[in-house]
Design a binder for this molecule. Sequence first.
Ligand SMILES: NC(=O)c1ccc[n+]([C@@H]2O[C@H](COP(=O)([O-])OP(=O)(O)OC[C@H]3O[C@@H](n4cnc5c(N)ncnc54)[C@H](OP(=O)(O)O)[C@@H]3O)[C@@H](O)[C@H]2O)c1
Length: 325
Amino acid sequence: MGILSTSLGIGATFGGLYALRRWRENQWESCKTNRRLDGQVAIITGATSGLGKVLAEDLVNRGAAVVLACRNTTAAKEVAAKIKQQCPEALLDVVELDLSSLESVRKCANILLERYPQINILINNAGVSIPPKMGIKTVEGYEINFGVNHLGHFLLTNLLVDRLIASTPSRIVIVSSKLHEQGSMDWEGFEGTKEFEGGKRGPNAAYCSSKLANVYFGIKLAEKLESRGVSVYTVCPGWNYTKLFRYSSVPFYSWIAIIPIAFWFMKPARIGVQTLIHCAVSEDTENETGLFYRDCKVYQSQANLNTKTINELWELSCKLCKIEW
Ligand SMILES: NC(=O)c1ccc[n+]([C@@H]2O[C@H](COP(=O)([O-])OP(=O)(O)OC[C@H]3O[C@@H](n4cnc5c(N)ncnc54)[C@H](OP(=O)(O)O)[C@@H]3O)[C@@H](O)[C@H]2O)c1
């Protein structure tokens, strides 16, 4: 009797939690468009896991030819093979891209320009969140979060932008985060000439600042591409169960607080990706550019979007990538 009632109690608790979670998941926004992308070419950076992987599946199912631009090409080929199992007519390609090396970015762009006379959608999705105290730098010696999340994508976009302009109407989606509101421009920290101010502003300071750089890039890029037929969207996917925070160490006791918060606020990637789809595909966003999106809606950033700082970041990025733009 005791075992039976305990088992029933445990079953009812887990069943209730499951139902509550399903209800919660249904509250989050989803992109409703059924739009097809037949004949279009989409490039997604970082599609071996998390949001990029789910987005690749979605765009392939809409008929787009999707290029997985990834650092781990073995993992990317496995992702492509799995998608092909479910969708045998899928058009998929894998191209090596290590955003922490500007040489790799250039090689990737050359391959893409050779293979694809048309590029309609570029999703700057790949990202890392690495505490600055780990002291990891890019191949060229720049701070790793800034280098991968912003600078590598800045160069990739520059190298592909003429092809996107020639393929209009086209779209560029920059995956940022609401955490950009906690970021700041630590110029010397970015360049790697001084340690990033992580100690003072928490272990995610460099990540938040790289995501602010994403927002500044989106604003300036939209301005540069105005009237050229290329729309630019900056996106926060919300808080998702992915591998992003794999380098963050959380003390054991903190899990007691984190688990209930995660239960209520963390999304599976298939839900987090909805705002990316809204910006990459939907008819609703077709005539918009230069805005920030969250939960499939425009979101007003609370960050200081100062024009002078936006221009300074653009100039620094050109200098570090050795380009004029
Ligand atoms: N998850 C969240 O809660 C959350 C919240 C806000 C914003 N975001 C943003 O969402 C985007 C996608 O992240 P995710 O959550 O899906 O994380 P994820 O599962 O860790 O995926 C990140 C992807 O980026 C790739 N990547 C990492 N370093 C790279 C490099 N040097 N060159 C090329 N690719 C590299 C990873 O490839 P490997 O397999 O080779 O590592 C992986 O495919 C990121 O920009 C992130 O900042 C996520």
